[in-house]
Design a protein around this ligand. Structure first.
Ligand SMILES: [Fe+2]
Ligand SMILES: [Fe+2]
Length: 164
């Protein structure tokens, strides 16, 4: 892929995000299954539904651009998912593992927040206001998810891990 313009880079970054989101659609059910706390499991399942919508929003953008989202692998997300899988395989105290799952999931959300902030800004510069609206929605959901994970950790999960 040749990068000759900001639009080329926009497309490249969108493909990276598409790969990241599709990897997460596979990973989140496993994270949910590994979680012991009911609210954490529900949180992962809720974010799975949002993530499926994130994939659809990106597909709409690609359709509008007349391009295919496929053919690129997000290596960053591959690494983050691998770290999440390592946590899933851990044995030990359920509350400690839950705290570890939150730690892994928040890395994922921060990674996505960085990516969506970038493409949102590119979409603004390129005058793609419909894309800006879609990307903003997803960015907001990633930020809300990160905040919810912090709340879960601070409201009880960390405390339960501490008293083990
Ligand atoms: Fe997402
Ligand atoms: Fe996310």
């Amino acid at each position: 892929m040749k990068l000759e313009s900001l639009k080329d880079l926009y497309l490249e970054q969108l493909k990276d995000l598409y790969s990241a989101e599709t990897q997460l659609v596979e990973a989140l059910p496993k994270m949910a299954e590994a979680a012991s706390a009911r609210d954490l499991r529900q949180g992962f399942n809720e974010h799975l539904r949002q993530t499926q919508e994130h994939v659809r929003r990106l597909e709409r953008i690609f359709q509008d651009l007349g391009d295919s989202p496929k053919g690129h692998t997000c290596e960053g997300m591959k690494g983050l998912v691998k770290e999440g899988e390592e946590m899933i395989k851990m044995r030990g105290e359920p509350s400690v593992i839950d705290a570890g799952l939150i730690a892994a999931a928040q890395r994922v959300e921060h990674y996505e927040i960085a990516g969506y902030g970038t493409v949102r800004t590119y979409a603004e510069l390129l005058g793609r206001s419909e894309h800006v609206a879609l990307l903003e929605k997803t960015l907001q959901e990633e930020e809300d998810t990160d905040e919810k994970l912090t709340q879960l950790a601070e409201s009880h999960v960390n405390e339960e891990a501490l008293v083990r």
